[in-house]
Design a protein around this ligand. Structure first.
Ligand SMILES: Cc1cc2nc3c(=O)[nH]c(=O)nc-3n(C[C@H](O)[C@H](O)[C@H](O)COP(=O)(O)OP(=O)(O)OC[C@H]3O[C@@H](n4cnc5c(N)ncnc54)[C@H](O)[C@@H]3O)c2cc1C
Length: 431
């Protein structure tokens, strides 16, 4: 079977890996950038976090968004100009936020994340190097009622295989001495034992190289312009069947199966074949700082639930802070206001970094998380025969990438899925 994958971010690369492992032989990856992992997978929060895979449309999200409409300091910001593009998607986003649905979606993501963590361990054993660290992460809380609510959630997660434990102040400081200046102001903290970290860009580079050495063909600087589909003949006549791709410049190529893993850009490619993907971009920012030797050296990832940021040590003596979500359409400009905000938030976690942060340049980055309306990725076959999706991973694409590739491969190769595939099937949206 001749298989094309569109996109060489985490979703596309993991799909290629899953397919190879499942026995597929003829795989071509089309990527419109000059190498792997140069878009959303580039400088993300670097955290694989089975402890925090709950969709962002938690109960009460609508009120939160409306209260914070246009508030530049809000961690989740809805821009008025983006509203028209969010109408249908937004209705679904809110509809899926009832407590029952939100919990079911969270649980599905937990299963995907735990499977991913297992697969990542296997990749490391095979020598894949991406600056991985298995120190877990520490969730910190500044507010007693949020801590109590968070603990309830943590207990529920424990009963589903995601271990965590509350940390005393001494245990917290033993695990992360650099947090000492703010420790007295915290309402509580716990350790998420299964969380891990790693540089997603390094992973994309390493996995890309390994796939190429195993025969996967990469076509860099090659944008896919359109999916080519036609009405099937005979019994399946009512069903569209994919026959290939048209590349920028007009050249057409035939494939038996196409995997769309082009993040938010998948929406534009899928629309002409009649698939309205419920995926919209949620812009986020990160800052990466090379830690000077004369300052604090954080070593354990911190999730600050009040500030909605992750502060994660990354390979090469760097510290990354990532967070904020902005529903603003496809706007990829770096807004100095949002960057300034993120910088301030970092200093609320590590005030002792203030002097270094002023002296050492920080790398500023923004990416568009491909958010699916129900907070779970779209993985599997569509109603267009031969067209498969691996997209819509939103804020959890690093955490769920490996398992999503495996699940996708099972669908393409018609093999039994390693975990329950139903919650992720595109068919749940009639796709
Ligand atoms: C600020 C921020 C922090 C984050 N932190 C975390 C985290 O800590 N943990 C976590 O689990 N997740 C995190 N995420 C989410 C995670 O990074 C994403 O879910 C993931 O990168 C999505 O991967 P992808 O392959 O779908 O998208 P991408 O990496 O964007 O890959 C899609 C690829 O498709 C290519 N493409 C698009 N259109 C075409 C076309 N027409 N033809 C050919 N190629 C095309 C693009 O060039 C791109 O390379 C974060 C995201 C952001 C923005």
């Amino acid at each position: 079977m001749k298989i094309a994958i569109v996109g060489a971010g985490l979703a596309g690369l993991c799909a290629a890996h899953g397919l190879l492992e499942a026995g597929a032989g003829d795989i071509t990856v089309f990527e419109h950038r000059e190498g792997p992992g140069l878009e959303t997978s580039h400088a993300n929060g670097a955290l694989l976090h089975p402890s925090a895979v709950d969709p962002w449309n938690s109960p009460g999200i609508l009120r939160f968004l409306l209260t914070n409409l246009g508030n530049e300091r809000s961690p989740v910001l809805l821009r008025l100009r983006a509203l028209p593009s969010l109408l249908g998607w937004g209705t679904r986003f809110v509809r899926e936020s009832s407590p029952g649905r939100h919990r079911a979606h969270t649980l599905a993501n937990v299963h995907l994340a735990l499977r991913s963590v297992q697969l990542m361990a296997g990749l490391r054993e095979q020598g894949l190097e991406y600056g991985a660290a298995q120190r877990g992460s520490i969730s910190i809380y500044r507010d007693a009622s949020a801590f109590a609510m968070g603990q309830e959630q943590a207990r529920w997660l424990q009963s589903h295989g995601v271990p965590s434990r509350v940390l005393s102040r001494d245990e917290l400081l033993a695990m992360e001495p650099a947090i000492e200046p703010v420790a007295a102001t915290l309402a509580g903290a716990w350790h998420n034992e299964r969380d891990e970290s790693g540089d997603a860009y390094r992973f994309c580079q390493a996995l890309g190289a390994r796939l190429a050495s195993r025969g996967v063909v990469f076509r860099w600087n090659t944008a896919v312009e359109a999916l080519l589909a036609e009405r099937g003949a005979g019994r399946g006549a009512a069903r569209e069947t994919l026959r290939g791709l048209r590349l920028a410049g007009g050249r057409e190529e035939s494939f038996d199966a196409v995997v769309l893993a082009a993040a938010w850009w998948s929406v534009t490619l899928a629309a002409p074949v009649g698939l309205n993907l419920p995926v919209r971009p949620a812009k986020g920012y990160s800052l990466t700082l090379t830690l000077p030797a004369d300052g604090p050296q954080p070593r354990t990832p911190i999730l600050d639930n009040g500030l909605h940021i992750a502060v994660v040590p990354v390979v090469g003596g760097r510290l990354r802070v990532a967070g904020t979500a902005e529903f603003c359409g496809e706007d990829r400009r770096i807004d100095p206001g949002r960057i300034g905000n993120l910088r301030q938030l970092l200093l609320q976690v590590y005030p002792a970094l203030a002097e270094q942060a002023a002296r050492v340049p920080m790398q500023e980055w923004t990416g568009l998380r491909p958010m699916c309306a129900d907070g779970k990725p779209l993985i599997g076959a569509t109603r267009v025969a031969g067209l498969y999706l691996n997209t819509g991973h939103g804020q959890i694409g690093w955490t769920t990438g490996a398992a999503s590739g495996e699940l996708l491969a099972a669908a393409v190769m018609r093999q039994p899925p390693p975990i329950d595939a139903a919650p992720f099937l595109p068919a749940r949206f009639g796709l």
